[in-house]
Structures are given as C-alpha cells and as structure tokens.
Design a protein. Sequence first.
Length: 577
Amino acid sequence: MESFLGNPALRLLMRLKFVGGLRRQARRLKEPKHWIFLILGVLVAFSWIASVLMGSVLRSGGLAPAVSNGPGTYAAVKVAMLVLTILTVIGAFSHRGVYLPKEEIELCFSAPISRSDLVRYRLVVNLLKSLFAGLLFGVGAATRLSGGIYAFVGVFVTFLTIPILGQAFALMLGDTENKLARVSRKLPLGVVTRVLVIVVIVGGVLLVSGQDFSFLEKMLGDSARGGFSLEEFARRPVVSAVLAPFTPWARMITAETAADFVPWFLFALGFWFLAFEGTARIPVDYRETSLSTSADVAKRLNRMRRGAFGPGQGNLTKTTLGWDVPWIFGRGAFGAVAWHKTTSIVRNSRGPMILSAIVILFITLLGTAISRRGEDAQLFMGTALPAAMGTLYLCAGLRFDFRSDLELMDRLKTWPLRPSLLFLAMILPEIVLVCILVLGSMLAQAAWVGRIHPGAVAVFAIQPLFTLTWVALDNAVFLFSPVRYAPGEDGALQNMGRAMLLMLLRVALMSAIALFAFAPAWLVYYLLTDMTEMTPGQALWPAGALAWVLCAAADVGLVVAGGWMLRRFDVARDKPV
C-alpha cells in the first residue's frame, strides 16, 4: 500500500500543507469582511444542498426521487460525462507534465524521489481536491435519479476518475511538446500558424455566409415544442461512437438495482486502479515541461496576488509593443487615462480578444437562427437575447479596469484628475469595447437576416447603459473590498459568498434603476395616450426617451459613487497576502 500511495516524505508534505492551509485560513478570518463572506458562502452551499433535498421530498413525499432512469437520462449522463472530459482535457493544456508549485518543484526534483512517486503525489492531491465536488454532485444525483445510493456512488467514483485521465493527458501532452520542439527548430511555425489561422477564419466566414441554419432552426423548433429528443440525438452513428467510451460509468450511475450496479461498479473500480497505476508509470521525462509549467503558473499567481488577474495579462510581445493606439478620448488628463487603458487592451489582450470574438460569433449565429424563423416575435428575440447574452458574458469575463491594475493604485491616486472622472476614464475603454462587440454582432445579424425589428432600437439604446451599470458596480465593489483571486487558494467559501453578495447587489441595483426610470416613463406613456391624440406608437418615443435619460442619470450617480470609493481607497492598508 505504501508503494501505491507513493513516497512517505511526500505524504508528510501533503499533511503539512493541509495544516498550513488551515492556519492561513484562521489568519484570514481575523478580518470581519472575511467572516461575512464565509457565512454567505456556507449559506450558499448548504442552501443548495437543502433545496435539492427539499425538492425531492416535495416531489415524492419522501426521499425517493421522482425521475425515472430511462433512456433519456442515460443519454444525458453520457453527454454530461463527455462535457466534463472535454473540460478536463482543455485544462491539461495549462498544466503540461506534472504541475508542482514553484516552492516545491526544485526541492522535489533534487530529492531522491522517483518520477513515479511524484506523479502519484500529484494524483493524490488532485483526487483530494475532487472529493468535495464528487460529494456535492453525488448528493444531487442521488436525489434526482431513481437509483438513489447507486447514483451517488457512481457519480462519486466518476469524479475521482476524471482527474486521473486529465493527468495522463497532461503527461502525454508534455511529451508530445518536447518532441515537437525538436522539429519546430527546423520549421517556420510562426508563419505556418498565421496562415492556418487566416485559412480557418476565411473558411468559417464563407461557411457561415452560405449557411441557411435549417438544422439549428429545426432543433430550436423541436425543443420549443418538446419534440427534441436527446436519446435520438445520442443514437446517431457519429455521436454514439463518441459517447461509447462512457458507457460503463453511465450504466453505473443510472443503475436501479444491485444486479445492474455491481458489475459496472467493479469495472469502474478496476479501471480507476489501473488508470492510477498506469498514469504513475507512463514512461515520460516530464521534468523540463514541468519546470516550464511551474514557472508559467507562478507568474500568473504572482500577477493575481498583485491584483493583475485580468485576462490578457502577460501577452505583451515585441510586435504588440510597437502598435500605435489613437487618442480616441481626447488629449486631456481624462483622455490620457483612457488612452492608458485602451493601450493595455490593444497591446496586451490577444488571447481574451480572440476568445471573445469566437463567443460573439457563436452568439451571432444563434441570434440569426432564431431571427430567420420569420415571425416578429422571433425576430425581436433573435436580437434581444444574443445582445443580453453577449453583454453578460463580456462584462463578467473581461477585466480591463481597476481589477487588472490593483498594483498601480499608488500611482493612480496621484494622477491629476477628480476621483469620479478618474473612475470613469478607467472603465470607459472596457465599456466601449463591450458595446462595439455586442452592437457589431447585432448589426451583422441584421445584415444576414436582411431586416431588423423596430424594437431593436430600444436594445441598441439601452445596451451601453446596462454595460456601464454592470462595470461601474463591479469596480465600485472591488474598490470597497479588493480581492486577489488565485487558483487553489484558501477561502473558496469566502469567494463564493463574495460572488453571491455581488450578484444580489446587481439584481437590487438593476431593479432599483428599472423602477426609477420606467415607472415615470410608463406614467408619461399612459398620459400621452389617454389625454392626447397620440397613438401608442407615437407616445412610445417620448416615454422611451425619458426612461433613457433617467437610466443615464442613475449611471452618473453610480460613477460618482465609484469615485467616492476610489477616493477612500487606502493604498497603505491594501497589501498582497
């Protein structure tokens, strides 16, 4: 058993790190804000578990679940496992080889420890991190599937198997990278990569421009009518072949009797043992790749601890450094600050910009598929829904504001600009970027469809104000209580509580602004249609204009509040942990 779990010195290291994490957590909880966030995080976790259990009780009058494990459930489990596996494989690209923290890797590589034991150590660490997720999702499956305890054990075993496959893929990926590195010295890979990217983009545009979206329209229509069957979709030859490897685990999770569960459970346990042992014995020299991975992760963690956790940090190259960025916001003090942020976005955000463009393209295709169904309701929905999805995704994902410049706060507060104007100048480039991407998506969709719904004018008008509200609120809260996120850091429940509090603030603020703006607008609309000869269409314009002005006034107040938060920000008290 000792050889299976690895070197005893590494097990001692795990135990000491766990104790150190508890001590660090205790030190963090000395501050009241961490207590508040911890309580909220615990409430979120236990509320979710309680809602799952109470939902099961209310549906069936007891703990017996109400969902039968039919073919549809079996297909859904296989699809869910495919998605989970894809996400794990994607994550392996960021941790090629065997990832060890910077403070451990040199010591472990120089110690008399075999490479197999280091892999076992990393596998055990990953499995310990997966325990909570396995328990959480296992409880959810047990209360919703008719197998009960079988579903719980099946999901738990599955969540302990996926990380092993991810580590195996990371090892093989690192070995492949080492082999390709020797070949790349003889090939102009930079030129080849650019040509391939251009070919893919041009081919994608040509494909999209000639696509009638009939398949997607049919799928959306069938889903709306309840006619889309995941079971039939999983039976298609290509899909069935892709999902076939997940059959044993899907059978185990959806089993309803011991006779159905035990054989697949024994297979899953045997596979887990073989995968664990086989991954530990993969004959790959991962040391060089692991050193590179550890250095890359250490750089990202250092930036995050300084507050520079925005996407795109660290993508600055010699080529992008020479790009000329126009002064689109003027050449005064306000324009200089906005130019500083715009330059950071243009020169230092190649990765997130490509990802955002891909997401916006997908959203545009979705909106086009909905709009081309011909009815006015679908036409408006095809414009409004993708606009909302794009705005929410970009506002939640991009960090080109104070959240990416926390380490510069000592200099920002010395710049000759009023706090409210400085606050607006720092967030304005991100707001303009989001508006350009979303409004560009809406215009491209209208061009593909060939017409636009009159109600889209309201979406065009309100989208910039919605973006300003979201970004300004996030930055005001961040300045009030700055946080430095880092992957795997202690205090995950505090971060969950902070996210819950921020979500509640967004909902409350959006609701208050809507009430503040649209209640007077509705009154004006009612008076114009009832007391004058205006038609409802004519009265809608002055009422809408009033609502827009009131929303803009609310955003001005939010910017002033953000400036007040910036003025009270104490650089001396904000130190990296």
